[in-house]
Structures are given as structure tokens and as C-alpha cells.
Design a protein around this ligand. Sequence first.
Ligand code: TYM
Length: 335
Amino acid sequence: PARILTGITTSGTPHLGNYVGAIRPAIAASRAPNTDSFYFLADLHSLIKAQDPARTQRSTLEIAATWLAAGLQPDKVWFYRQSDIPEITELTWLLTCVAGKGILNRAHAYKAAVDRNRADGEDDDAGVTAGLFMYPVLMAADILIFNADKVPVGRDQVQHIEMARDFGQRFNHVYGRDYFTLPEAVVDDNVATLPGLDGRKMSKSYGNTIPLFAPTGELKKLVFSILTDSRAPGEPKDAEGSPLFQLYQAFASKEETAAFAQAYADGIGWGDAKQQVFARVEREIAPMRERYLALVARPGDIEDTLRDGARRLREEYATPLLAQLREAVGLRDLS
Ligand code: TYM
């Protein structure tokens, strides 16, 4: 079976971009025949940005509940928390020792930090932690440890998957055997990047997100605050490049989307358009929101599910793999 793997960083409340770009396609993929799916909460990654312990814990619970509310079946897929599998951290070091520093220099998140520093006239690396720099190596360990074939992600993560291939390939080459499967990114072209309220990519770091489970009233308010141009009702509008349109498209059928494009061409007023977008999103989210609220009220159950997933995964894959890798690189076998 094909192995599908993806994770979400536990650094905040899940937003519509996470749902459309990662959670929804991953759950759909896990239902396909002949697949083995691995979905996890990247809490080690969250330490890079969110150094607030209570927030990391809260976010872990919220994101776990989100996966479950969206239909993940923990008895059919592997569902776990990254930090419950210490072999991931150990593999990170083994990969660090074959990863080219020059490749890490080119990682988008690191480069963006350097660019900001330059623009501010600071030293290139001012305020940059080694954790941010090493982010792609930890992510490669997440993927390679379970020999994932396919990694469904938003477009912003594609570079990281390419790096995981590179590090895996180098390790295989240096130690003379195909220890690792080389993973491929899977990007759904219809919804590759969901824009946020201001039209830029929806992202926690831009503060332009719509929380996935915002109460109905707040969801409506947020949708109505999405940036539009100043064209009046009756004037034709451009669907291309309209954040409102892209949001609609992510939640509607092909036919509904075609009809909405026609409404744009016919000069629908922005208020009407926003009402339609809100209705489509709410239609899909409302039943999930109810399940979500019931789930977060029982954190003990979620905790049990996560621990059980990690325990079985370590036994079945992570511990034996690390034993093999320790031997490959010339370290003592711990077992
Ligand atoms: P994170 O937590 O930033 O985002 C989780 C997933 O959501 C996607 N995404 C979006 N998709 C469409 N439109 C958007 N506006 C949008 N914003 C976010 C992201 O592409 C991602 O798929 N490093 C990863 C987490 C991670 C991971 C992994 C993923 C850690 N290890 C191994 C895959 C495999 C991250 O920070 O994603």
C-alpha cells in the first residue's frame, strides 16, 4: 500500500487554510483503498515559533480534535504526536550529519528571516535560532522515519519535501543502502493556497486567518471583512485573483463555482457575494464544529488516542528502524 503522511504545527488554532490545504485532502486520501496513512501533530516544530508551553498544549488538543472532527478514523490510520516518538529526534541528528548546510541556507522560512533582517539593516542572522534553520531536517525525519511515499501539503511546504528527498538520498548514498523511501509532495491544484482576509496566503504569521471553528456569527463577520475592490453592484467583477472567489471555490462544487463565476461577470454586489461565500463555508463546517466542541470537552480521550497511536508506531516501525540505522552508521545497538 502507498504510505501517505502529513503533519500540522501545533502553534495556534487551526484555520481554513490548514483545513482546505491539508486536513480535508489527507482525510479523503486515507479513505482510498490500499493506503496506509500517517497523520500527526508537529509539536516539536511548534517550539520554533511558540515558546509558550500552555499555548503549545492547548493547540495540540485543538488540532487533534480538529482532525477527529473532520472525520479522521484513529482505528484506520496512524494518528500521533511527534514528540511522543523520540526516535524522530534521534533521526534528526543522523540526517543533520548528511544534510548540506548550503541547502538549508535556501529554505524559504530562513531566507525570509534573513531578508527581513537585511531590510532592517540588521545582521543576517539576528534573532534567528538554529531551530528555525534546522526546521527542514526535523521535517525530513518526520517523513523518512515512516518511509512515506506521498506527502499531501500546501504549496508552501513543497520545498521542504524536496529537501527531505535530498537528505534521504544522501543518507542512502553515504551508507550504501536504500534505507529510506524518497517521498513526493502532493499538492491539490484546485486549492493549493487559500488566501486570507487581506488576499495574501492565509497564515498565522500574517494574522489574516479565519479560524476553522469560529462560531457562526464570527465566521460571518470575518467573511464579510475579506478585502474586495471598490466596484459597485452591476459592474462586472474579476473572479481571477479575488480572495472571496477562491474561498468559495474551495467549498463549492464545480457547477456552483461556474455559476458563481457567472455572477461575478454579471456584476454581483460584494455584499451578496460575501453572503454566498459565508453560506457555503458554514454548510460544510457546521456539523464538524459540533463534533469539535464535543471532542475538546474530553481531552482525556484525545490524549489516550494519541498515546496509543505513538506506542504502536514505535513498536512497529520507529524502534526497529533506529536500531537498523544505528548499526548502519556504526553506533551501538540499544536493544
Ligand atoms: P503548517 O502547520 O504551517 O500547515 C499545515 C498544513 O496546512 C497547509 N496550509 C495551507 N494550505 C493552503 N492554504 C493555506 N493558506 C495554508 N496554510 C497552511 C500547509 O501547507 C501544511 O500542509 N512544517 C509543516 C508541518 C509539518 C509537516 C511535516 C508536514 C511538520 N512535519 C511532515 C508534512 C510532513 C507546517 O508548519 O505546516
